[in-house]
Write a protein that binds this ligand. Structure first.
Ligand code: UDX
Ligand code: UDX
Length: 460
């Protein structure tokens, strides 16, 4: 079966960029991205491409090429499902906050709602593709909902039939467009060969065939959780060694370089920092922990839980260390926080290390001047929460942040912070002044030459 129309439910960080690249690379396919959120859809349709709701380098150009041609954004969910040969589910699946599995299991209410909507509105044969990261065996739920509707059909039309596939997303925010255009691999899980080949045929329009992997449904779902767990584990591992480097006088960048040169280890994902953030790592590991607990594998659950625990520890450690160096108190002191996004080149702040670190400092009574090139004041306010009050403000430039500050704390590796003018910053800070570089990106020698005392993560 060759696919001519695609509908994607969920116009978020995953659905939006993924569908934009499919539309760009498959001019013969009409792609409609639908979302319940009218404001989000309006932003995707904004004539000013700098106003897209997701900031990703290169995304504006792709959307500019395809929008209105074979890429459409709409809140009209039902007709888009009815017209589709293939429906991607790309809705959010946050960690449950209450009920069974609270704090670990994913909340599947939106997946279920979307599956029910597909069951109700689809016509003829429809391939349903799980794009959201999901607990293993979720496809079963989706399948059960769709099976109940199978065979129905308006009089005169062909009966409804469905196939369910798992096609996890491996894009990283900030590099979503190159990750989608040249993926290391595309993973398709399922047990219906015709459906698998139909989806492989879509990706095959730009991805070399040896990079399209086919597995059973559960292997595909579990591979996504495992990939993220392994990546996050490398970060917790290097952050644990960073603390030891600081205690012993070693340099974590030298250690990372030395171990990464071993081709069995490899050099990527060995940057020490303020801990991992983002919508996926913590959620996926907690999911894995829940799954292991469910199957009675308590040692396995504890092993992966420790990766999350170390990440939280690293964040609190950095906040504590700032307080200690500033003579044990930050009450009433101004601290310039540079970077709020969970990584550079995105406006996303989900699980950003900056949230926990800023909250700790605010609880200690600090006055924070927060700068981020892409994160809005409203987003920072939502993340820090109301009960921490007015201890912080968002400022427009790093120099404004530094004015009167005792310390400058770099939390996101934005390129702007690599090239800071340390003389200009030192001139407006209160002395003695500190640089705390949790990303190892500032020019520490220049900062020292300008009179600052410097702490860099993992440098003893
Ligand atoms: C989400 C999940 O967090 C991730 O695990 C998964 O891999 C992909 O989907 P993301 O795209 O980053 O990632 O989420 P988000 O930006 O929150 O977008 C989800 C969108 O779905 C939102 O715009 C929301 O309005 C929409 N949605 C949600 C619907 O349109 N219908 C629903 O029923 C629920
Ligand atoms: C991740 C996975 O990389 C991606 O494959 C999956 O589809 C979704 O989850 P993402 O969270 O967007 O992507 O970004 P990623 O680049 O993986 O960074 C995650 C966090 O780890 C960030 O906070 C980043 O700053 C941190 N990180 C990454 C480090 O601290 N050190 C590193 O060496 C690499």
């Amino acid at each position: 079966m060759s696919i001519r129309t695609i509908c994607c439910i969920g116009a978020g960080y995953v659905g939006g960029p993924t569908m934009a690249v499919i539309a760009d690379r498959c001019p013969g396919i009409q792609v409609t991205v639908v979302d319940l959120n009218q404001a989000r859809i309006d932003a995707w349709n904004d004539p000013d491409l700098s106003k897209l709701p997701v900031y990703e380098p290169g995304l504006d150009a792709v959307v500019g090429r395809c929008r209105g041609r074979n890429l459409h954004f709409s809140t009209a969910v039902e007709p888009a499902i009815a017209a589709a040969d293939m429906v991607f589910l790309s809705v959010n699946t946050p960690t449950k906050t209450k009920g069974v599995g609270a704090g670990q299991a994913s909340d599947l209410r939106w997946i279920e709602a979307s599956a029910r909507q597909v069951a109700a509105c689809a016509q003829g044969h429809t391939i349903v593709v799980e794009k959201s990261t999901l607990p293993v065996r979720t496809a079963e739920t989706v399948q059960a909902i769709l099976s109940a509707a199978q065979g129905d059909g308006a009089s005169g039309s062909s009966p409804k039939t469905f196939a369910v596939l798992s096609n996890p997303e491996f894009l990283a925010e900030g590099t979503a467009i190159p990750d989608l255009e040249q993926p290391d691999r595309v993973l398709i899980g399922g047990d219906d060969p015709a459906a698998i080949e139909a989806l492989a045929g879509v990706y095959g329009q730009w991805v070399p065939s040896d990079r399209i992997l086919r597995t059973n449904l559960w292997s595909s779902e579990l591979s996504k959780l495992t990939a993220n767990a392994f990546l996050a584990q490398r970060i917790s591992s290097i952050n644990s060694i960073a603390a030891l480097c600081e205690a012993t006088g070693a340099d974590v960048q030298e250690v990372a370089h030395a171990i990464g040169a071993d081709s069995r280890i490899g050099g990527k994902f060995l940057k020490a920092g303020p801990g991992f953030g983002g919508s996926c790592f913590q959620k996926d590991i907690l999911n894995l922990v829940y799954l292991c607990g469910h199957y009675g594998l308590h040692e396995v659950a504890a092993y992966w839980q420790s990766v999350v625990d170390l990440n939280g520890w690293q964040q609190h450690r950095i906040a504590r260390l700032v307080v200690q160096r500033l003579f044990g108190t930050v009450t009433g002191k101004r601290i310039a926080v540079l970077g709020f996004a969970f990584k550079a080149d995105t406006n996303d702040t989900r699980e950003a290390p900056a949230i926990r670190i800023c909250q700790d400092l605010l609880e200690e009574g600090a006055q924070l001047a927060i700068h981020d090139p892409k994160v809005s004041e409203a987003q920072i306010a939502a993340d820090l929460g109301e009960n921490l009050g007015d201890g912080w403000q968002r400022v427009a430039t790093p120099v404004q942040a530094a004015e009167g500050a005792d310390a400058l704390l770099i939390l996101t590796e934005w390129h702007d912070y690599v090239e800071l003018d340390w003389r200009a910053l030192a001139a407006v800070m209160r002395k003695p002044s500190w640089l705390f570089d949790a990303r190892n990106i500032a020019n520490a020698a220049q900062a020292r030459a300008a009179g600052l005392q410097v702490w860099s993560v993992g440098c003893g």
